[in-house]
Design a protein around this ligand. Structure first.
Ligand SMILES: *Cc1c(COP(=O)(O)O)cnc(C)c1O
Length: 473
């Protein structure tokens, strides 16, 4: 399997190269040159495999379709380590629960940091370690987080000698649980930097550091952001796992709380592979860049001051970093047109409009996307309704998915992806149902542990000095 960029017709590259590269040098994102096809017979076999041997065994079968330059036994061991017993609270890794009204919840937040990002990050961590060791290299990951991504990356890369992590977060702006989760890590390979600013400031500093080629190569700076193909690949697995548990063969739809279009991009690929997905229901909060696109055909990037701080903060985005992958497929995999839209139109106009294109008009039939948005009041109402009707406490991001699923009018079973545990967003749960969400036993001591974090001013030079002092290379 080779990987091509969404912006050029250059020959494909092997998996191991694009794993460490992340973004393509032409600014495009990597995708497999074609999607492997899965027959009904294979799905039947996988149903038995999942039931008898578990999630890691299914994950290996799917991952091996995309990775042919890692020895099979090694790849199996990598996948087994990523999803080993005990890492995820539930032995099924991604169990499903039935809710009232034809809805199902697929629980993606049973991992070490209680958000769905663990599903991908755990595999990415294992793959990075393997590939760096194979090449005799080490790297410094420098990232910015508003909460979920940073802790998920840290827990996935913890204790891996070839990787050091510098994670910038906006000082005092993460939830108490998120802060405790990140700052309680006591490991020389993990460096938390609390920047006196907002998330966009953190991201700007990371960009500034990366725009200095000398600094970047001297310290081998790397990233684990959501545009990395391996993260999408890992996420494809749970679409199969959830569908296999809910359906005997009939199509089901998925409702996906969306921000950067990473989670639902994996659903799109699963559907392209032949998984019987009826509709992909994209759910946003008030920051509705993506909802607007699927409703109107116009993609309009927002400015920072137009991006609202909502009660589902992990979906507060102004542009969707993975969206280019879908547009590439929508436009019949035309790298020229994709490069024009994302490399020229967007930087210039901050927007493009596909409403008049045949591809957009035929999109629902061909690709199955529909969309909807929720407000804070909708999410509160949904958290309360699901608690009343089903005695399940859902987090505000998941509530957004449930709300949009109910409003969508889509027929047949809908699997809503649960993207975080409610304990991460306790204030909103209290507001909705007047009750503090349950704290899983594994997090009981977290709030009391000593904190390890370096305060920094909102200034790239200061952050750079911290990295230079502690970098692994
Ligand atoms: C990251 C995240 C999302 C959004 O996922 P994307 O892949 O960016 O679309 C939704 N909910 C939670 C809890 C998240 O952490």
């Amino acid at each position: 399997m080779r990987y091509v960029s969404t912006r050029s017709a250059a020959p494909g590259k092997p998996f191991s190269d694009i794993l460490l590269e992340g973004l393509s040098a032409d600014g495009g994102l990597y995708l497999p040159e074609s999607y492997p096809q899965v027959s009904a017979e294979t799905l039947g076999r996988w149903r038995t495999l999942l039931a008898e041997q578990g999630y890691a065994a299914l994950a290996f079968e799917i991952v091996r379709l995309f990775v042919d330059d890692i020895d099979e036994a090694d790849l199996r061991a990598i996948v087994e380590r990523a999803y080993e017993p005990g890492k995820f609270i539930d032995p099924g890794v991604v169990p499903v629960t039935e809710l009232s009204g034809g809805l199902w919840l697929a629980h993606l937040s049973n991992g070490p940091t209680a958000a769905f990002k663990d599903m991908a990050m755990q595999l990415l961590g294992e793959l990075f370690e393997y590939e760096l060791e194979r090449r005799g290299q080490s790297i410094n990951i420098v990232g910015a987080t508003s909460g979920d991504t940073g802790s998920s990356a840290e827990y996935a890369l913890l204790g891996k000698p070839a990787v050091r992590v510098f994670m910038l977060s906006p000082k005092g702006r993460m939830t108490p649980f998120q802060q405790a989760q990140m700052f309680s890590i006591d490991d020389p390979g993990i460096v938390n930097i609390a920047v006196d600013g907002v998330f966009d400031d953190c991201q700007d500093i990371v960009k500034q550091l990366n725009s200095d080629p000398e600094f970047k190569s001297a310290h081998r700076l790397g990233a684990v952001n959501s545009i990395n193909w391996a993260r999408l690949m890992a996420q494809i697995v749970y679409y199969f796992a959830a569908w296999l548990q809910v359906s005997d063969g009939e199509p089901a739809s998925f409702a996906v709380p969306s921000g950067n279009f990473g989670n639902i991009a994996a659903g799109h690929i699963a559907r392209e592979m032949g998984l019987p997905i009826h509709r992909l229901i994209l759910a946003t909060n008030e920051n509705n860049v993506l909802e607007e696109f699927f409703r109107t055909g116009a993609y309009r990037v927002r400015d920072a001051n137009e991006t609202l701080a909502t009660s589902s903060p992990s979906m507060d985005i102004s542009k969707a970093s993975n969206f280019e992958r879908f547009v590439f497929d929508l436009l019949g995999r035309d790298p020229g047109r994709t490069a024009e839209l994302f490399g020229e139109r967007l930087p210039q106009d901050r927007a493009f409009d596909l409403a008049d294109s045949d591809e957009f008009r035929g999109q629902v039939e061909r690709f199955g996307f529909v969309s909807g948005a929720s407000t804070h009041a909708d999410r509160l109402a949904e958290i309360s309704r699901v608690y009343d009707e089903d005695r399940v406490v859902i987090d505000p991001h998941t509530a957004d998915g449930v709300h949009v699923a109910r409003e969508s009018g889509v027929e047949g079973p809908i699997i809503v992806l649960e993207t975080a545990l409610p304990v991460k967003f306790s204030d909103t749960i209290v507001e909705a149902i007047g009750m503090v969400p349950p704290l899983p036993a594994r997090f009981e001591d977290l709030m009391d542990l000593p904190r390890h974090v370096i305060d920094a001013p909102n200034d790239a030079a200061a952050v750079r000095a911290i990295i230079e002092e502690r970098a692994g290379v």
